[in-house]
Design a protein around this ligand. Structure first.
Ligand SMILES: Nc1ncnc2c1ncn2[C@@H]1O[C@H](COP(=O)(O)OP(=O)(O)OP(=O)(O)O)[C@@H](O)[C@H]1O
Ligand SMILES: [Mg+2]
Length: 263
């Protein structure tokens, strides 16, 4: 009997930021396993360490304690296996939408014709067909974010780490992109860790919702979402959905220290 290795595993993960004379515990002893093909959402009050947790998984931050394992191997830096979408969209300002989306594929050595076709597919998927040759500065915030999403999808990573990717989008685009993300996920079965402030979004997308608490940042509660896929408007309006939303809402907003000590 072999035990299944988690796709992503946080083991006793702690992180302290140095702050002048002292330091600040952003994360304290986080243990969390995410299975291959699982869709996990992470919610919690501002400053509870969600982005820090994701940056550690992305290999962009070396934690001061504990470790993150991906496929059983400790993370020591970024990898093309792990696609990252940042809270602050990061596009190359001198490259068109198309060039931005093609960038990762170029690095991966994908030939020009395939690069074009793949990039076009994901540009269409995020609804930027008419803006493929536009520069980022001519796009709205939401459009820039959609370009960043297309770029991350295009390289076909086995893990997608998404930090509030739909935060800048209007409600309608947001719902459309949630459905498209679930479509691609149910086909490709990537492992997704998705950070959001939106309780509806957290429940709608996930197999499991991780609720974090602040000061120090830690896992507060894990809520299993037993709703079937494909998710639909009918599910969004069901009593089961409402009950899960209530549970997550309660876990997030009835934490004793939510705004205490905020700067
Ligand atoms: N580079 C840094 N130096 C010092 N402190 C930091 C740094 N980055 C983050 N922090 C602190 O660590 C804590 C966690 O930050 P983090 O960005 O992970 O929170 P978050 O949960 O993603 O918040 P939000 O929901 O607002 O995005 C915060 O209190 C923040 O002030
Ligand atoms: Mg954040």
């Amino acid at each position: 009997m072999s035990t299944v290795t988690p796709k992503i595993e946080f083991r006793g993960l702690s992180h302290r930021f140095e702050l002048g004379a002292g330091d600040f515990a952003a994360l304290d002893d986080v243990d969390l396993s995410i299975a291959e093909g699982e869709f996990v959402t992470v919610v919690g009050p501002s400053g509870c360490g969600k982005s820090t947790l994701m940056n550690a998984a992305a290999g962009l931050l070396t934690p001061t304690g504990g470790e993150v394992l991906v496929d059983g191997a400790a993370v020591h830096g970024p990898s093309p296996q792990r696609g990252v979408i940042f809270q602050q969209y990061a596009l190359f300002p001198w490259m068109s939408v198309r060039k931005n989306v093609e960038f990762g594929l170029k690095i991966a050595g994908v030939g020009q014709a395939e690069r074009r076709a793949k990039a076009q597919h994901f540009i269409d998927l995020v609804g930027l067909t008419d803006f493929a040759d536009a520069l980022p500065r001519t796009l709205s915030g939401g459009m820039k974010q959609r370009c960043a999403i297309a770029r991350a999808y295009a390289v076909d990573p086995t893990v997608l780490l998404m930090d509030e990717p739909f935060g800048a989008l209007d409600a309608l685009t947001r719902v459309q992109l949630q459905d498209r993300l679930l479509d691609t996920w149910s086909r490709d079965r990537r492992t997704v860790m998705f950070i959001t402030h939106d309780v509806d979004e957290a429940v709608y997308l996930a197999n499991r919702v991780i609720v974090m608490a602040a000061r120090p940042g830690r896992v507060h509660q894990v809520i299993d979402v037993g709703l079937p896929y494909p998710r639909s408007e009918e599910i969004r309006l069901s009593p089961e959905f409402a009950e899960l939303r209530r549970q997550v809402w309660h876990a997030v907003y009835h934490q004793p220290t939510t705004l205490e000590g905020s700067p």
